[in-house]
Design a protein around this ligand. Structure first.
Ligand code: PMP
Length: 374
């Protein structure tokens, strides 16, 4: 196990020891229902509200704008379906064709079941959704624009601040951003953004943990009907200890961001240099993609390549892990004109080393030699 090489950090990350230790300690002591009115229940409630306030503070928003969820998929559904279910007049959505499945399929459902009209924007040759395209697509009945910040397959970064400026001027239209892959990686500015989704397990936190940022005056219909929890938007006994430890997770991610980015950039640059020496390799990620993701194609089918890597203890992905068991080609790669089934995504973390990249490159060359088609 120990000499395995993990190059799939976009898929998930190992929880920080401090996060795990704090969580287990919390859970032993604070298992009470955070809505119970005796002292111990109130203590859990207070800790959870403190965590909410800390997260809000780190993101420069208000406490009542943070809604705890089970992760980014839930936050995405909560934002998209919640706003659509509440809309009587406006029936148009703008999104991109390369959103994560939790956005794409939620919007498809609104299209199929509730009769929304959807404009799917395509990225340019750098994998970016141009703000002008959003501007052109806006209509008087546009309810929602949902465009991701960092694409999880190719790593392209969208200028969500400029898009937010455009949407802000269009009254009655809300802007939602899936920020799952940008938190803890690049700076986030929520100033003109109405809703944004986040996940803990992408930043060394717990699985089943995340949150939606939603401006406090925006009303969304609850997806989980229930009691008073989470401002009546998400019923069910609060996952309090998980929510409490999320504040620590976000703080650690933000504290480490700069030093971690420097190290990961070095790893990526080194990896790109080595990849450039292999004729059979094409880089699919755009030049100015985020520093922790490289998407490549070779002359070996993704499945064969991944199995071959797996046998050598190297963990990589072919596309979004959420669609890994589906046979359909990647929507993301098709949108930037890559229509082969030979893609591999490598994603780094500050725990990776140059030696691991060397090993990856060595095995990659061996796999190409053994399984590659001319
Ligand atoms: N959005 C993006 C861009 C992602 O990469 C992921 C995770 N693959 C998600 C949403 C879903 O996150 P979660 O696993 O927390 O539901």
């Amino acid at each position: 196990m120990s000499n395995k090489i993990y190059l799939d950090h976009v898929s998930t990350t190992k929880p920080h020891k401090e996060v795990l230790d704090t969580y287990t300690k919390l859970l032993e002591k604070y298992y009470y229902n955070s809505d119970a009115l005796y002292d111990d229940g109130v203590a859990v409630y207070r800790l959870q509200e403190e965590a909410r306030a800390k997260i809000a503070n780190m993101l420069n928003v208000r406490s009542d704008e943070i809604i705890f969820t089970s992760g980014a998929s839930e936050a995405n559904s909560m934002a998209i379906k919640g706003i659509c279910l509440n809309s009587k007049e406006r029936k148009h959505i703008i999104t991109s064709i390369y959103e994560h499945s939790s956005v794409y399929n939620a919007i498809r459902q609104m299209e199929d079941k509730l009769g929304f009209e959807v404009t799917y924007l395509y990225p340019d040759d750098q994998g970016v959704i141009k703000p002008e395209k959003v501007k052109e697509a806006l209509r008087s009945d546009t309810l929602l624009v949902s465009i991701m910040h960092v694409n999880n397959e190719i790593g392209s970064i969208n200028d969500v601040e400029s898009i937010a400026e455009i949407v802000k001027k269009h009254s009655g239209t809300y802007f939602h951003v899936d920020m799952t892959q940008s938190l803890g990686k690049i700076a986030i500015n929520l100033d003109n953004i109405d809703m944004a989704s986040f996940s803990a397990h992408k930043i060394h936190g717990l699985k089943g943990s995340g949150f939606l940022y939603k401006r406090n005056y925006i009303e969304i219909a609850p997806l989980i009907s229930g009691g008073q929890q989470e401002f009546k938007i998400r019923g069910g006994t609060s996952n309090a200890c998980t929510n409490i430890v999320l504040a620590k997770t976000v703080r650690m991610a933000l504290d480490e961001m700069v030093s971690s980015a420097k190290k990961i950039k070095e790893l990526k640059d080194y990896c790109l240099e080595e990849l450039a020496k292999i004729d059979e390799v094409t880089i699919n990620s755009p030049k100015n993609a985020i520093y922790n993701i490289i998407n490549i194609s070779t002359n070996v089918k993704s499945e064969v390549m991944m199995n071959a890597f797996n046998l050598k203890g190297i963990m990589v992905s072919s596309k979004s892990t959420c669609g890994s068991r589906e046979n359909e080609p990647s929507r993301v790669l098709l949108s930037i004109g890559v229509d082969d089934n030979n893609a591999i995504r490598i994603s780094f973390d500050n725990t990776n080393t140059i030696q691991e990249i060397d090993e990856f490159i060595k095995i990659l060359k061996g796999n190409i030699k053994k399984y590659g088609r001319d």
